[in-house]
Design a protein around this ligand. Structure first.
Ligand SMILES: [Cu+2]
Length: 656
């Protein structure tokens, strides 16, 4: 990450210094009636600053090129455009600049010399911009536009310096303006083209049969057919969730306007069922104007029950209802939230916990779900935004089901007792040793089960989201001296546990990969919803134009995720868990780590395996939902699956 930043800064500095050299060579000369642009550099006082700028610029440029090569060694995703587009521009710029400098110094062709020094600077500036405008993958059309802009800018400079008259200046300026408009227009067109969410059907909602490369023709089926039958086996557990505005009282005395799934508290009701139950949840929208849905985060339900507005259903408008059903066939810690304009809805409180207890019951004496959420500046651990105290008998066991429902990463820790991480993203982690004083990092949307045995002294559950919001476990009957209130927080200084090396169990035999996918995460100026923003991109595109990951049912897909930006991206795949193979080229060594949310930090490369065993059109997006709303959403599409639902439209569907 530091390398990426350093390389970008070096490139910009090189261009800026060469441009400074060019401009200081064309500056006005008050002591001479001759326009300075027509003179050579006669005095050392004129030469010195120019030469100093050139030396500094060339040094910075060399640094940028060297760092680009180092980055290319770390992965082509980090350096593609820096090598293919920026490097030629930098070399041409440097050659032109040096030639111009010589002409200017010797006085042989002072005007052309100055023009070339400036033109060289433009080329270097364009090279630096390639990282911010084009990124990965390097696009030939965008590269051509950049080269043309440099040429026209140099032409315009020559027309001005050589006093070629108004027509020449206007000509170059006109073409440059035209190029700019064409570039923006081209970008707008590609960002407003027909959406791409389905596999292989081209664009739109084709109902025709799709030709599958492996199996020939596959009958097409709609996401609407991928539902759980009402008579599916299992004891029926019915829940009613009503989305509505309400007011939440904060511990400090203030109140916050919130949106919720029932009651006056935050979060929505905990849905606690037993493995094997048939969950039937009816969502009603009382007064959420933007609409609402019910998405089962991390639960691999049939596609039609996934609750994504504009992909698997329409947003439920005020007065409307939607019933979703699924067999709770996997025990673990999950959560539910709206998937309609979730960047606002989840933040305001449309979320709750889903706990599926194992068929044999929970092994621990105390089992507590702890969704961590920030609202109105207060941090809620469960329903309370302040210190909490819970009685726990020494020797009893405690399971904390922690979920990060915010948009930023969260660090958590059990202070005062050794603890074990027994599950991550709902699935058990085998053979994890007890740790003490180490913090666990949870990306946005992720969960972990922390298990500890209550000692004789108090224990605290801490997060780095708030020093005030802690849960103290105290032996019952102890007086105030035994409470841990006021104890120094351990979380800030605690080293971070690495889940890739945690636990030990045999790694599953996967078999050969039959599909490949690469996601390169970045930021680029793009049009989202028709408006130009500094968007969050995958492979240079924004939702809904990012090419989907396409799988056939039964595929084993290797997915590489590379983050070449400066933000953390907790990438969340719907309907599947992915097995972590490696991070930054280092293989995972702990127990098999199956995640539904992969927290990809700047500069990181993750290698993941996905078994295509749950047909549908699945969202794959950043769970920093602001990033999702600003472009970082795409689909994992099975061949032959179509959707009748659309982004926007009469239901104003907003799939994030
Ligand atoms: Cu993100």
């Amino acid at each position: 990450m530091a390398l990426l930043l350093l390389q970008a800064v070096a490139g910009l500095a090189g261009a800026a210094l060469w441009l400074a050299a060019g401009f200081s060579a064309v500056g006005p000369a008050p002591d001479d009636a001759t326009p300075r642009s027509r003179r050579s550099a006669r005095t050392p006082r004129e030469r010195m600053p120019v030469l100093a700028f050139v030396a500094g610029g060339t040094l910075a440029l060399a640094g940028a090129v060297a760092l680009a090569l180092v980055l290319a060694g770390r992965g082509w995703w980090f350096a593609g455009e820096k090598i293919v587009i920026a490097l030629p521009l930098q070399l041409i710029g440097l050659a032109a600049g040096v030639l111009g400098l010589v002409w200017w110094l010797t006085g042989r062709r002072p005007v052309a010399g100055r023009t070339l020094v400036l033109g060289g600077g433009y080329a270097m500036a364009a090279a630096a911009l390639a990282t911010w405008l084009i990124g990965y993958p390097p696009q030939p059309v965008a590269a051509l536009l950049l080269f043309a802009a440099v040429a026209l800018g140099t032409g315009l400079t020559w027309a001005l310096l050589a006093h070629r008259g108004r027509r020449a200046v206007a000509g170059f300026a006109g073409f440059l303006a035209l190029l700019l408009v064409a570039g923006i227009g081209w970008s707008w067109l590609s960002d407003t083209a027909a959406p791409t969410l389905e596999a292989g059907t081209g664009h739109g909602h084709g109902a025709a049969a799709v030709v599958d490369a492996n199996d020939g023709a596959v009958a097409s089926r709609s996401v609407e057919t991928l539902r759980t039958p009402a008579d599916a086996p299992g004891e029926v557990r019915r829940f009613e969730l009503t989305a509505a505005h309400h007011t939440v009282e904060l511990a400090g005395g203030d109140s916050v306007e919130a949106w919720g799934f029932g009651g006056d508290s935050l979060p929505g009701p905990e849905l606690r069922v037993t493995e094997g139950d048939l969950v039937e949840a009816t969502l009603a929208n009382r007064d959420i104007e933007r609409g609402v849905t019910l998405h089962w985060h991390g639960y691999d339900v049939p596609n039609g029950e996934d609750g994504v507005a504009g992909v698997t259903q329409n947003a439920v408008a005020p007065g409307g209802t939607f019933t979703s059903r699924f067999v709770a066939d996997t025990a673990g810690t999950y959560w539910y939230h709206t998937h309609q304009a979730g960047s606002e809805g989840v933040r305001r409180g449309l979320y709750g916990m889903l706990v599926v207890e194992p068929a044999g019951g929970v092994a621990e004496d105390l089992d507590l779900s702890v969704p961590v959420h920030t609202l109105g500046g207060a941090v809620f651990l469960g329903e309370i935004d302040g210190p909490q105290q819970i009685d726990a008998e020494p020797g009893s066991t405690v399971r904390l089901r922690v979920a990060n429902t915010d948009r930023s990463p969260l660090r958590v820790l059990v202070a005062g007792a050794p603890f074990r991480i027994s599950a991550v993203d709902g699935l058990d982690v085998e053979g994890g040793a007890e740790v003490r004083g180490e913090a666990l990092r949870l990306g946005a949307g992720a969960r972990a089960d922390l298990v500890f045995t209550m000692p004789e002294a108090p224990v605290r559950f801490e997060t780095d989201a708030s020093e005030a919001s802690v849960i103290s476990f105290v032996p019952p009957g102890d007086d105030a001296t035994s409470t841990s209130e006021g104890a120094p927080s351990e979380i800030e200084a605690a080293p971070e546990l690495d889940l890739l090396a945690y636990g030990d169990a045999a790694r599953p035999e996967l078999g050969p990969f039959t599909a490949e996918g690469v996601l390169v995460l970045d930021r680029m100026p793009r049009f989202v919803g028709g408006a130009p923003i500094y968007a969050y991109t995958v492979n240079g595109q924004v939702f809904p134009h990012i090419e989907p990951l396409v799988v056939h049912e039964g595929d084993l897909m290797r997915i590489t995720v590379a983050n070449r930006g400066f933000d953390v991206h907790p990438m969340h795949v719907h309907g599947h868990h992915v097995l972590v193979l490696a991070r930054d080229g280092e293989a995972a060594t702990g127990a098999p780590l199956w995640l539904d949310t992969v927290d990809v930090r700047p500069g990181e490369v993750w290698e993941l395996a996905l078994r295509a065993d749950n047909p549908g059109i699945w969202m794959d997006h950043c769970h920093d939902l602001e990033h999702a709303a600003q472009g970082m959403m795409m689909s994992l599409a099975y061949t032959g699956v179509t959707t009748p639902f659309e982004h926007g439209g009469a239901h104003a569907n907003r799939p994030e």
